[in-house]
Design a protein around this ligand. Structure first.
Ligand code: 0RA
Length: 650
């Protein structure tokens, strides 16, 4: 994947030219959407171009600025876009061609400027096409060049995107020996649903880019009034620092972070790893700096070699006994945090969200390299190696214990109704569509809920206290927990890898917990449980949270329910001339059946939140990452990251 030296590049390499109209007509084809994701793609596109320069070894610093007027500037100290006249276009500079023609960007023919993948690498011209105004500045050959572009709109003709407002001109002498490119753009409000950039979104991505490109400095600053902030990312350890960062809030199993880098004709691979004492696999993979959330060939190669290397190590040293001694992949990866980053010339992104790397040749490269380097690392790090083997042994034991426990639950629930938990007050109807299961905190609230329900189609299962934090427990403990067993039996679809959403006995599973902080914690625990152990239940939209009010108040002889303190404030403001007497509910158990029915159970009057996968992931994150932090920073995190997660109320 070696790239030609900078002298190989010049204007004649730029090829395949097409105007910008198609981008304007179908923006989604080029940037995915015209929502916030697409808007931020504009930034990624320009930054990717700058990072390409860094990968070529000719750029050390990238600055991203969100300007006070809402535009974004990306400046790098790379070679600068070529400014000489383009051979096919007399009188037009190569830079102008790069900015105003499709597929001309950093992409060159056979001679090979590196091609980024997926939605990226479409070229900086796409950014120009979707901006109201763009300014290019290039430092090269001792001079500073500048050209401006604009979307020209008139009543008579269709919009003409990215039209040069004059030629590329020398505007100054550049600083001695300095080269680089600066692209400033103002997204066109006629294209995007909204044009407000999110600092946190940009910061998160720039940090990942800095992790993936060791030694590169990426600075971000926000100059918008009321948003003023800045930070700079630079990691001498690269993905080793990335792994440390991910394991920061966890308990590492040993202090070393393993690392290797290797290359072959297929491309380059870098891997870093460390285990923590938890039970989840945190494997993050990238291809050409783009996150491959669905995995792919690089991940397959790594997993296969990892399982083999650890098994070989354990067997050679007689660390495992018995005939079924071999670890499965899952056993070895329990508690693993790892980064797999590959670079290749022609990445094929596949799968539903184009998040899966399809290049088979990269699988053998990663597998071969992992086998060699990880095997050596295990030999050279005997204490970490023994800790990894011990952890995998425990995982294997837990896996078989969990399987027996699951088999037991399955036998118990094999016949309809038989083996249902004693405390389940089931509903009469066996029509799954209309049937609802309420999970209620505590026996006393369970009693109230039973009185308030419609026994035809509403079932009640009281749960005692806080259920296990599935983030902190191994699978065998999860399956052995009695509350989880009743839950699993009542729902009827099994648990974990065996879960079958077609067997679920209810059309809705509704979490009903108090409106206070403890209730919030119970909701978070339960949502995380469903997210981890009954994922399709969440994916199919069967999980809900009921929102019991915190107050009731009498206004003009009519009783109103008030969800929370914010709502209480609103109600007070709506009735400035009245002294309102808000009565606070201490808990669900204190509501009379009528109140409980009206607010949580009667479909005509209750308020339910449907929990989708994104929201469930937030709950999961709260438990896995943030439980050590104080309530205030957890709230801030949720506010920044969740669309709406008031139901968590941590
Ligand atoms: C085409 C050719 C070369 C560099 C670039 C484009 C380039 C594009 C962008 C966009 C943002 N920053 C950029 N930096 C470089 C090769 C340059 C050479 O031959 O010296």
């Amino acid at each position: 994947m070696a790239r030609p030296s900078s002298s190989d590049y010049s204007a004649e390499h730029i090829q395949v030219l097409e105007g910008l109209d198609p981008v304007r007509k179908r923006p989604g084809m080029y940037i995915g959407s015209t929502g916030p994701t697409g808007l931020h793609h504009l930034v990624w596109e320009v930054v990717d171009n700058a990072v390409d320069e860094a990968m070529a070894g000719v750029c050390t610093r990238i600055e991203v600025t969100i300007l006070a007027d809402g535009g974004v500037r990306v400046t790098d100290n790379g070679r600068g876009i070529p400014v000489d006249e383009h051979p096919q276009y007399k009188g037009r500079s190569a830079a102008e061609i790069v900015m105003t023609t499709l597929h001309a960007g950093g992409k060159f023919g056979g001679g090979g400027y590196k091609v980024s993948g997926g939605l990226h690498g479409v070229g900086v011209s796409v950014v120009n096409a979707l901006s109201a105004r763009t300014v290019l500045e290039v430092d090269r050959g001792g001079k500073t060049y500048r050209q401006e572009y604009a979307a020209e709109k008139s009543a008579k003709t269709a919009v003409r995107p990215g039209v040069p407002q004059g030629k590329l001109k020398v505007v100054a002498q550049s600083k001695r020996g300095h080269t680089g490119t600066s692209v400033t753009f103002w997204p066109d409000p006629d294209v995007f649903d909204e044009i407000e950039f999110r600092y946190a979104t940009i910061a998160e991505r720039l940090q990942i880019m800095a992790f993936l490109n060791r030694g590169l400095t990426i600075a971000l600053s926000d100059e918008r009034p009321g948003h003023k902030q800045s930070e700079s990312f630079s990691f001498d350890g690269g993905i080793v620092d990335f792994v440390r960062h991910l394991n920061q809030s966890k308990e590492p199993l040993f202090k070393d972070v393993g690392y290797f880098g290797d290359k072959g004709p297929e491309g380059e691979v870098e891997v870093a790893w460390q285990w923590n004492t938890g039970y989840h696999e945190g494997l993050h993979s990238f291809a050409n700096g783009i996150s491959t959330t669905e995995g792919g060939m690089h991940v397959e190669g790594f997993r296969r070699a990892l399982t083999q290397a650890v098994n070989r190590y354990a067997k050679d040293r007689n660390l495992v006994k018995g005939k079924d001694a071999a670890f499965q992949g899952d056993d070895v990866r329990e508690g693993l945090t790892a980064i797999v980053s590959v670079r290749l010339a022609d990445p094929q992104f596949e799968g539903q969200t184009k998040g899966k790397l399809g290049n088979t040749e990269i699988r053998s490269l990663v597998e071969r390299a992992t086998n060699t380097h990880l095997t050596r690392w295990l030999e050279e790090h005997p204490n970490p190696a023994k800790a990894i083997v011990a952890k995998a042994s425990n995982a294997a034991r837990a896996r078989s214990a969990a399987k027996s426990a699951r088999d037991l639950t399955r036998r118990k629930t094999a016949l309809d109704g038989v083996g249902m938990p004693d405390k389940l007050a089931d509903c009469a109807s066996r029509d799954r569509e209309g049937a609802e299961l309420f999970l209620v905190e505590g026996d006393s609230a369970g009693g109230s809920a039973r009185d308030a329900r419609d026994p035809k189609n509403q079932a009640i299962l009281p749960l005692r206290g806080k259920i296990l934090n599935v983030e902190r427990a191994s699978m065998d403990k999860v399956v052995a927990n009695t509350e989880i067993q009743s839950l699993t039996a009542a729902i009827g679809g099994g648990i974990g890898v065996d879960f079958d959403v077609a067997k679920v006995r209810y059309g809705r599973v509704i979490i009903l917990a108090d409106a206070d902080v403890d209730g919030g914690h119970i909701r978070t625990l339960l949502i995380t449980f469903f997210y981890r152990q009954m994922t399709p239940l969440v994916e199919n939209g069967l999980l809900y949270v009921a929102q019991p009010p915190l107050y009731s108040v009498e206004i003009g002889g009519e009783k109103q329910y008030v969800a929370d303190d914010a709502a209480r404030l609103r109600v007070s403001e709506e009735h400035p001339n009245r002294q309102l007497a808000f009565a606070r509910f201490k808990g669900l158990g204190e509501m009379d059946p009528h109140e409980l029915r009206e607010t949580c159970m009667n479909p005509a009057t209750r308020h339910l939140w449907q929990i989708d996968v994104d929201q469930a992931a937030i709950a999961d994150e709260v438990l896995s990452v943030l439980m050590g932090d104080d309530v205030e920073s957890r709230r801030n995190w949720i506010q920044r990251n969740a669309k709406d997660a008031r139901f968590l109320d941590v």
